[in-house]
Design a protein around this ligand. Sequence first.
Ligand SMILES: Nc1nc2c(c(=O)[nH]1)N[C@H]1C(S)=C(S)[C@@H](COP(=O)(O)O)O[C@H]1N2
Ligand SMILES: [Mo]
Length: 325
Amino acid sequence: MLIKQAADIPASEITPESVYLKRRELMRGAGLFAASSLVPSALLASSELAPLSAREASSSMAAQGFYTNEDKTPFEDVARYNNFYEFGTDKSDPARYAQELTVDPWSVQVEGEVARPGTYSLDDLLKGLDLEERVYRLRCVEAWSMVIPWIGVPLHRLLSRLEPTSKAKYVEFTTLYRPAEMRGQRSRFSTIDWPYVEGLRLDEAMNPLTLMATGLYGRELPKQNGAPFRLVVPWKYGFKSIKSIVKIRLSEQQPRTTWQDLAPQEYGFFANVNPEVDHPRWSQKYERRLPSGLFSPNRIKTQMFNGYADQVAHLYKGMNLRRHY
Ligand SMILES: Nc1nc2c(c(=O)[nH]1)N[C@H]1C(S)=C(S)[C@@H](COP(=O)(O)O)O[C@H]1N2
Ligand SMILES: [Mo]
């Protein structure tokens, strides 16, 4: 989906949220502001669309769930408060230790029930796919949340190009296993059976909200946020949004997932954000929206499907969400 800019609005007035960027520009490290000079030519490609004002464009983005006008969590918090157990279990460990990771070159293996399997360089895998900006809520199962402006490629565009076979029912994702650069994988105290794995049902993977992120805040993805290529599924608890992906496998069977392996009574395959189903050890009714502090806890109500019910509730019609948590 392309957003067209009215000819009389200068590019500098278009909100970053409605701006689509070319991946190559991001790879050069161009910020959103600098890259916005590219916008007019990219937008001209969709000349059959009626012109939209910046405001109309962002309200259409909001209706699709692609954009929220809630306050964004500042970049500093997004890049300093992380869960990425490959680098340690403290929130500050990933920012400190992920810098040891080599992310270039990066290749991704595509396997299983797919017409175009193979090992692709990340550049080849994404070549020709337009980058989009999505401002999503991220709700961790630990009851904190953020609002993050991601940059990436909708997963359905990538999968359509790889051509899942008629047998494909699930998508499995695997994180890099490289203990030499991932100190959490070397730790004798880790209970995780590396590598980290996650999965989605194919219809979840094909939902327009599901994003493969390569950046945030108009920059390349920080290593602690899962560079160079991570999943973002905004209606599910954060642990589904697996980082630093090196393998995508299409399968007939539901894949095992890291957190379900660790504690199946606490973490399910679906992991949809649901304020009505408490974690066995704490309530999921509220969340702490970052940034938050001792005197400004910023406690807000958690929404069903993290506020994306209009876009995804139909995927679970007839399912008992207490049983399929
Ligand atoms: N490979 C891997 N992916 C992961 C994790 C992890 O430990 N390892 N943690 C998950 C959890 S629990 C959350 S809340 C999000 C956090 O993403 P962020 O650090 O970009 O906010 O990443 C998810 N993806
Ligand atoms: Mo999480």
